[in-house]
Design a protein around this ligand. Structure first.
Ligand SMILES: *[C@@H]1O[C@H](CO)[C@@H](O)[C@H](O)[C@H]1NC(C)=O
Ligand SMILES: *[C@@H]1O[C@H](CO)[C@@H](O)[C@H](O)[C@H]1NC(C)=O
Ligand SMILES: *[C@@H]1O[C@H](CO)[C@@H](O)[C@H](O)[C@H]1NC(C)=O
Ligand SMILES: *[C@@H]1O[C@H](CO)[C@@H](O)[C@H](O)[C@H]1NC(C)=O
Ligand SMILES: *[C@@H]1O[C@H](CO)[C@@H](O)[C@H](O)[C@H]1NC(C)=O
Length: 254
């Protein structure tokens, strides 16, 4: 069969758009669903307290305390400890797992300050700039802004035994063995849940299986079939570069 150059061009274009569409659909499916429960590990800085933390996350004390069996007296100083704050982990834009909290800006707030102080490094300045419309140098006082915190629902390829994870900001002085000891899981398991993460970096987010809390609450709302599919899609995703740029744009527009 002999095709005219015009038909060839048309066929080529069709093929091109078909491939592009496939790539977009794959990015669309980075995640399909989240899980009902994840934990934010909030490092209590000097001057912070449970009342402040309940306000930041718009939770009641009675919602937070069951996840913190070590707190016997809520009025005692908790400085330097970590508070477990429960939240739901959603599949955002089909792109990543997270949850958006609403924070009311205070006088002289910056994205950096909100990330590092109010939210104790559970998010960072770049992530905040990306999900808010306000110019970083002109953030109005007393307006709601989005604070997106990443989360994890586990990974069947690592282990099926863990369904509850805390979003854990690393701090200076920590390392793989100290975080492993603190969470009661092996360093190898921790590292496999966080491939490429440097636990000794002194900053950055990792996902830590909340083993004790999991046992305590017997919560595991993970649908492993979905996890399996997601992981497969990620492995197959060979049009990542282009697709990701497109999804980034969507995120900025949406
Ligand atoms: C709790 O912390 C907030 C924020 O730092 C502070 O304004 C408040 O006075 C503190 N409350 C108590 C009882 O310490
Ligand atoms: C957040 O990180 C900064 C620098 O990485 C650190 O100085 C600060 O103490 C951290 N905040 C909390 C609450 O851990
Ligand atoms: C949250 O996850 C997104 C997507 O994986 C990533 O680009 C971003 O840097 C993460 N945010 C933080 C604060 O680690
Ligand atoms: C927060 O996110 C929502 C949904 O993406 C968006 O409509 C809203 O404008 C954002 N808020 C700010 C302050 O940018
Ligand atoms: C890891 O950190 C702990 C406590 O912070 C420290 O005692 C230990 O020496 C560190 N281990 C390594 C390998 O750096």
């Amino acid at each position: 069969m002999i095709l005219s150059p015009k038909t060839k061009r048309l066929l080529f274009l069709l093929l091109f758009f078909y491939v592009l569409l496939l790539c977009l659909i794959k990015v669309e499916s980075n995640c399909k669903s989240g899980c009902d429960l994840a934990i934010a590990s909030y490092y209590v800085w000097e001057g912070s307290n449970l009342t402040y933390i309940t306000n930041i996350f718009t939770k009641k004390l009675s919602q937070i305390l069951p996840y913190n069996p070590d707190i016997h007296n809520p009025d005692s100083s908790l400085m330097g400890t970590r508070i477990h704050v429960p939240f739901s982990c959603e599949c955002m834009n089909g792109d990543f797992l997270g949850h958006t909290f609403t924070y009311i800006t205070q006088t002289d707030d910056t994205y950096d300050k909100i990330a590092r102080v109010a939210f104790a490094n559970l998010t960072n300045i770049y992530w905040l700039q990306r999900v808010n419309k306000y110019d970083p140098t002109r953030i109005p006082d007393f307006v709601p802004i989005n604070v997106t915190v990443n989360c994890s629902c586990g990974d069947q390829h690592v282990s099926k035994d863990y369904g509850l994870f805390s979003t854990y900001p690393l701090r200076p002085g920590q390392n793989l063995s100290s975080v492993a000891a603190e969470s009661g899981v092996s360093p190898e398991l921790l590292q496999s849940y966080n491939p490429g993460s440097d636990f000794g970096a002194g900053y950055g987010l990792v996902f830590v299986p909340a083993k004790e809390l999991g046992l305590l609450l017997l919560v595991s709302s993970r649908n492993w079939d979905v996890a399996e599919e997601e992981a497969m899609m990620r492995r197959e995703g060979n049009c990542d570069g282009e697709g990701r740029a497109a999804s980034d744009r969507r995120w900025l527009i949406g």
